[in-house]
Design a protein around this ligand. Sequence first.
Ligand code: ATR
Length: 254
Amino acid sequence: MTTHTRLLGVMGHPIAHSKSPQMHNAALTHQQLPYTYLAFDVCPERLPQAVAGMHALGARGWNVTIPHKVSIMPLLDEIAEEARVIGAVNTVVCEDGVLLGLNTDGAGYLQSLQEETGLDVRKQRILIIGAGGAARGVAYALANAGAEHIVIANRTRENAEQLRDTLSPLTEVKAVHLEDMRRWLSDRTLIVNTTSVGMAPETDVSPMPEEWLPEGVVVSDLIYNPAKTKLLREAEKRGCVIHNGLGMFVHQGA
Ligand code: ATR
């Protein structure tokens, strides 16, 4: 590090579990870029001070994670289109003194899905399970990339309906309750789990019964711990192409 080294980082609370510093510092070293990336544990009351501090110290930008993805938005100068539609920011870039909020989750997901499965999103009839923050990013990216039809199935139907209303200018979208998703499965070509169901340590649960899974479609799970969730293990048994969330984590960071 020299006097030219500039600051990058991630703000969250808690933050000790984050793998972002390892990933970004490895990439910066590999690319020989003059930056360093640190993790900052910022409690919600201190967020405005932390943003002003990063700005004053000349940070080039930083990532934002739980619980600050929404509350940081009014503290920034500009919000990019995707972040505005998704309603959350995961990256701040400081460009000529202006703080710009971005969301790279959707683009990261899309790049990973296309790289690992070769899927052409424009022809897909998609079932998205869940309607939370992660679902918003992924659903927006899929709809924006020209997905043919999207069904959003969620435990709380009102949350699925809200997401449907955000996406309906982009493509045809239907919102259903989780329990009603079975009748939408027969013509789906891509199934995406965005809920935490199946994540470590509770690895023996799946968002749908094995016998509901159609054969030979693409099944994608945003979880990457474990690398193969119960949903993906069962999908593989049924001859589906499977895709997990590790690539999304890598590409949203890249
Ligand atoms: P994230 O930002 O990771 O997406 P979130 O915004 O809390 O987290 O969203 C979690 C999603 O997983 C929601 O769609 C949630 O359903 P609700 O809208 O009904 O809360 C879904 N989810 C979480 N736990 C679930 C469970 N045990 N069964 C079914 N859905 C679940």
